[in-house]
Design a protein around this ligand. Structure first.
Ligand code: ATP
Ligand code: MG
Length: 490
């Protein structure tokens, strides 16, 4: 089978609209779990790297606090915060390595989001340890928790941030309780920053309020940008797709024009030469030879007319879809019966027996169809089967069957067949196999391309199977309930 349903290739998912080399890919918004929600993968990657750079300041800050802490009353900071600084430096190195060498900007959004969550969790853990060594609920470091929440809400989904906010508050309250009940050592804060159970309780309540409040507020401010981001991406994708479609159309048009001009040029050239011979007086138009020349010229003009008519038909189908005369409830049985009547004389002349295999009248009815285009398509395939039957004749079978959703028309002959290497190409304009040219001089090679256009216009597919010198079988499958886009839109 050589399905010839046309070019439904997806527009380049790999195409890259960005010009900056730091933005090699845009991860499309995908549906479902663990997927893109509002930010492009390369953006998240950029932000994670920026966040990692910022973390080096935290490392320096922790080391500095560790050194000067005892001088301002926080005796426990040396060497404990130095250890925390070292740990933060180590995991930051790991994150930078992962972002630069393992999870690049073209990575799936889901994987980068996992890195972002890991960063948040490790940072919040390091922060709480720092809070513990700098005075617990009276620690001056406590506000940094809120800062983290704001950054996290910009980078990852709000629902995840609410979970992290809850976990952070729970861990902080647990830490303060452990310190209060002496499960953990209590460390001094900056001079004058002593905590009482009441002030500690108040700090905890304030922390919970601030943490959740910041996540909520940051989300309300950024949600519009997040939505715009997604909309912008969708619009860009659609624009890119339609641009590619236009380019493809233009390419096909110019290809088509070049071939058309080429096909028309050679018979025109011959006609001109013949007329010139007569005009220059080399032959008397009334003589036997002159009349033969004029007869040949008239035959060429006929074949030129055939080409022009076929080209017009093809152009009409390609461009005139908007104005196509769509009709309701079109019976394929009826169309085929009419074609059979019309094809009978040419079949008899070619010594071909036309055998119908129809299902009962009225069953194969298309919801929507353009009857003249269907007639043209079926006629072309049946005429081919007759035309390319062997000189001694044979049988051409036209079968029509349906299932719940589709009608299938199969035209089979016992003719000259198509060489294997041309079985895909014969659907292209002006392609004729050498054995067909030899058997039948007349023919433009436009018939099957018109058939394909017509079938596709009805939402269907056409394919063929052939064995050279033995047989050819052309199958057209048409959906019964196809609604053309122009009708669907109306
Ligand atoms: P026309 O434009 O007059 O229809 P054509 O019949 O040569 O000319 P198409 O109908 O497009 O052109 O067919 C293209 C080519 O496909 C034919 O030239 C022939 O080589 C091959 N072909 C199509 N149908 C058959 C068939 N039933 N048996 C053998 N070859 C076929
Ligand atoms: Mg044909």
């Amino acid at each position: 089978m050589n399905p010839s349903s046309g070019s439904n290739g997806h527009p380049g998912a790999s195409s890259n609209g960005g010009s900056s080399s730091s933005r090699p890919s845009i991860s499309a918004p995908k549906q479902g779990s663990g997927s893109f929600s509002f930010i492009f993968a390369w953006e998240l990657h950029e932000r994670l790297l920026w966040f990692s750079n910022l973390r080096w300041f935290a490392v320096v800050g922790l080391a500095a606090v560790s050194l000067i802490g005892p001088a301002v009353g926080m005796a426990a900071t040396r060497p404990s915060l130095m250890v925390v600084a070292a740990l933060v430096a180590v995991y930051n190195l790991l994150f930078v390595y992962a972002l630069k060498f393992r999870f690049g900007p073209e990575e799936d959004y889901g994987d980068l989001r996992t890195v972002a969550i890991l960063q948040m969790v490790t940072d919040l853990a390091a922060l709480l340890v720092t809070v513990h060594f700098t005075g617990g609920c009276a620690s001056p470091v406590l506000p940094f928790v809120v800062f983290h929440m704001a950054i996290g809400t910009i980078m990852i989904e709000t629902r995840i941030m609410f979970v992290l906010a809850f976990a952070t508050c729970f861990a902080a309250a647990g830490l303060f309780a452990c310190e209060h009940f002496d499960v953990l050592n209590r460390h001094a804060s900056v001079i004058g920053g002593q905590s009482t159970p009441a002030s500690c309780g108040l700090s905890t309540v304030m922390l919970v309020g601030l943490v959740f409040g910041v996540v909520y507020l940051t989300d309300s401010v950024t949600s519009r940008f997040k939505t715009r981001n997604v909309e912008l991406h969708q619009t860009t994708t659609e624009l890119r797709r339609s641009l590619e479609e236009r380019e493809e159309l233009e390419r096909r048009k110019s290809h088509y024009m070049r071939i058309s001009a080429h096909q028309l040029r050679s018979p025109l050239g011959t006609i001109k030469t013949s007329l010139q011979v007569l005009l220059d007086g080399y032959l008397d138009p009334g003589s036997e030879e002159g009349l033969r020349l004029l007869g040949g010229t008239a035959t060429r003009v006929d074949s030129l007319l055939d080409i022009v008519n076929d080209l017009l038909e093809l152009a009409k189908m390609r461009e005139g879809r908007v104005k196509a005369p769509w009709a309701r409830n079109v019976s394929i049985n009826q169309i085929l019966a009419d074609i059979f009547d019309a094809a009978d004389p040419s079949a008899r002349e070619a010594n071909v027996e036309l055998v119908p295999h129809f299902i009962h009248e009225g069953a194969a009815v298309l919801d929507w169809a353009v009857p003249p285009d269907l007639v043209y398509a079926f006629e072309n395939v049946i005429q081919n089967a007759i035309k390319y039957s062997k000189p001694e004749g044979g049988t051409v079978t036209v079968a029509l069957g349906i299932d719940r959703t589709h009608a299938m028309i199969v035209v089979a002959d016992e003719g000259i067949g198509i060489p294997a290497n041309l079985q895909d190409d014969v659907f292209m304009e002006f392609v004729r196999a050498p054995n067909a040219k030899h058997a039948e001089a007349e023919g433009t090679g436009l018939g099957l391309s018109i058939v394909r256009e017509a079938v596709q216009m009805h939402g269907g597919k056409v394919s063929l199977e052939s064995a050279e010198g033995i047989e050819t079988k052309v199958t057209m499958v048409l959906p019964l309930h196809y609604v053309p886009p122009e009708i669907g839109r109306a």
